[in-house]
Write a protein that binds this ligand. Structure first.
Ligand code: F6P
Length: 360
């Protein structure tokens, strides 16, 4: 076991329910191991100045297990690694300043909780000699090497509840209801909430859809008496031969913002079927609220394991869920990759066998 005096912890990327549960687990576990924990604010930006972090004791994390968001704040404006940045010591290269401050602040190791972007930055800092253990988080569940990220189950539970509510009004008015969910370039939230909510069509980025096929399936439902339908569309879904729906293209280190496919599908389905359609975008509601018990447990296990890896000196790694175990994976193996829904996914095939159309 290494002797670790001071451990930094930060959260980066879009927030996800369960971030606070990880922070709590890290602070309590390290405190019990005699390690001082420093909460670094606003992702790696918190390492630019000494006054952007604060000590965290078990007292500071009491009661945050069930809270969404992150008590440390977060940033998802891309990778600033090589950028110039204004600091109290003048204009500096971002990465050089972070490395300098990491040592000046007396840190021995860092736990970085984040999605693919944050973990990629963490890996770059590991290469510069900062001892880091990563913790994967995202509601999108698109990080390779871990079966689940915390936050995903909570997002799916929320989307499922929304679909349940839309079912009753769709049926009452004999309408087609389209529900647009998040997930970026992966269809996990759409697939899981669509199946859990009993959707008739699920549109995911992994399967470019043919709208005529979707419309035919919904008309068939009408023909046998089900005069309403529910379609779940992932924000990253797009028609065969068509393009992604964007709210905003990428700019200034900001990733492109996906959105709008639900409204487009609603318009097209109204035309194709002659039925009344409505669309709903669940948006950031999927990221808010209390984590489910599954996500609280997963986040707590991730936090505990991360401290264990720090004590073992296993840096440059990420904790991962490989049921039933929590294991360590090299960050090198996961950065720059996206875990999308495989075509042989059991859930995908089961949904198809049940008659759910994916528009293919
Ligand atoms: O990665 C999580 C996520 O919620 C995606 O599902 C979504 O595309 C994106 O973040 C939204 O980002 P922002 O919070 O910047 O709008």
């Amino acid at each position: 076991m290494l002797s670790i005096g001071r451990l930094g912890i930060l959260t980066g990327g879009g927030d996800a329910p369960g971030l606070n549960a990880v922070i709590r687990a890290v602070v309590k576990t390290s405190s019990n191991a005699g390690i001082e924990c420093l909460g670094v604010e606003d992702s790696f930006d918190g390492l630019l100045e000494a006054n952007r972090s604060r000590p965290l004791t078990p007292r500071d994390v009491t009661g945050i297990l069930r809270l969404g968001g992150t008590i440390l704040g977060t940033v998802n404006t891309g990778n600033p690694f090589a950028a110039s940045v204004a600091t109290s010591a003048g204009t500096r290269v971002y990465s050089e300043r972070v490395v300098e401050m990491f040592h000046k602040m007396g840190l021995d190791a860092l736990i970085a909780i984040g999605g693919d972007g944050t973990l990629a930055i963490a890996y770059q800092f590991c290469e510069l000699g900062i001892p880091i253990v990563g913790v994967p988080k995202t509601i999108d569940n698109d990080i390779v090497g871990t079966t689940n990220c915390f936050g995903f189950e909570t997002a799916v539970a929320f989307a499922t509840d929304a679909i349940d509510r839309l079912h009753t009004t769709a049926e009452a008015h004999r309408r087609i209801l389209i529900v647009e969910v998040m997930g970026r370039y992966a269809g996990w939230i759409a697939l899981h909430s669509g199946v859990a909510g009993g959707a008739d069509a699920i549109l995911i980025p992994e399967i470019p859809f043919d709208l005529a096929i979707v419309a035919r399936r919904l008309r068939d439902r009408d023909a046998w008496g089900a005069k309403f339908s529910i379609v779940v569309a992932a924000e990253g879904a797009y028609p065969k031969g068509g393009a992604l729906s964007l709210i905003e293209p990428a700019h200034d280190r900001r990733a492109e913002r996906l959105g709008g496919i639900g409204a487009r599908v609603a318009e097209a389905l109204a035309r194709e079927t002659g039925k009344e359609t409505r669309s709903v975008v669940l948006g950031h509601l999927q990221r808010g609220g209390a984590p489910t018990s599954f996500d609280r447990v997963l986040a707590t296990r991730f936090g505990g394991k991360a401290v264990e890896l720090v004590l073992r000196g296993e840096f440059g790694t990420m904790v991962a869920f490989a049921p039933p175990d929590i294991i360590a994976r090299p960050l090198k193996e996961i950065v720059g990759k996206t875990q999308t829904v495989p075509m042989n996914s059991d859930l995908l095939m089961t949904a198809k066998a049940l008659g759910v159309t994916f528009g293919d």
